[in-house]
Ligand binder design. Structure first.
Ligand code: SAM
Length: 287
């Protein structure tokens, strides 16, 4: 019998991925096939073919993106800053190994150069080969793949970028420092004087402390900070937050200019996503 990784198990119902999110929560996904599996220097990388969710990228047992709902997260982390920034020519993506955010960013003609700093080349290779529904087999010449630690990379980049997108995994392993104040300070320095950054800031349902702390850290550095959200079914809690920090006031009327082909994003979603439910406002007020 085929040897299964510690994240998979077989029972009479078939093959399952068990995502152990928290002490009291385990999520099981029924799997049709293990399409790709390899241990990199940084993490265990799998592409699974699942019932209901299609192809799925799993890193160290944690679901990162799927062909069913990856577009929601990737559109929302990308189209907000690129629509709200008046002239996004130089863009940096940190993480984002599934290439979905880069694929969305390439829809902007103004973007001249897109540096994508991903720590793990294996994630990019696996997603390009086995997850084209998300990566789109990205081959746009403006995309400059840099395989390095984003934490170190931003220390060297001063006043270089119009927009920085932090598309990181959860704050464990190599991504831990991507949620720290020093990292956000270096991001601030890496942006031009009208620059804007966005990061995923976890779920208000299951990680309210990380969400509030992330907003607080970015707010301590940027004069204009705004939180927005989207529904991503495969992320525990479903509701996912993003934090945007800007050096210049944000012109929300620019959402009305949104004209890209998208599945989740549209003008109304872009302008409405900054409206926070009462419990989220309360969580942020406590910080
Ligand atoms: N959308 C996903 C989510 O929220 O779960 C995350 C997408 S993407 C797969 C996250 C990427 O961040 C991974 O490919 C991981 O290798 C990369 N990453 C983690 N730590 C990093 C670091 N310090 N520098 C650059 N990339 C990093």
């Amino acid at each position: 019998m085929e040897r299964l990784s510690m994240y998979l198990h077989q029972d009479k119902g078939g093959l399952w991925l068990t995502e152990s999110e928290r002490d009291n929560l385990k999520l099981n996904y029924r799997i049709k096939e293990v399409v790709f599996e390899q241990q990199s220097r940084f993490q265990h990388v799998m592409i699974l073919d699942c019932y209901d969710f299609g192809r799925m990228l799993v890193l160290d047992g944690a679901v990162q993106t799927t062909s069913m709902d990856g577009h929601i997260y990737n559109e929302m982390i990308t189209h907000l800053p690129l629509t709200l920034h008046p002239d996004p020519r130089r863009v940096l993506i940190i993480g984002g190994g599934d290439c979905g955010a880069a694929r969305e960013a390439c829809k902007y003609r103004q973007v001249e150069q897109l540096d994508m700093v991903e720590i793990d080349e294996l994630v990019v290779q696996a997603c390009k080969a086995h997850l084209p529904q998300v990566s789109g087999n990205l081959s746009d010449p403006r995309v400059n793949f840099i395989y390095a630690d984003g934490v170190e990379f931003v220390k060297q980049a001063k006043g270089k970028y119009d927009v920085i997108i932090v598309d990181s995994s959860d704050p464990v392993g190599p991504a831990t420092q991507l949620f720290e104040l020093d990292f956000y300070r270096n991001l601030h320095h890496a942006l031009k004087e009208d620059g804007m950054m966005v990061c995923q800031s976890q779920s208000p349902i299951f990680q309210p402390e990380v969400m509030a702390q992330t907003l607080g850290r970015i707010d301590s550095l940027f004069p204009h900070t705004h939180m927005y959200w989207a529904v991503v079914p495969t992320y525990p809690g479903g509701m996912w937050s993003f934090t945007l920090g800007s050096k210049r006031p944000v012109d929300f009327d620019r959402c009305a200019n949104f004209d890209k082909e998208a599945t989740y994003a549209n003008k109304d979603v872009l302008s409405g996503c900054f409206q926070l439910p009462q419990f989220v406002k309360a969580l942020l007020d406590e910080e």
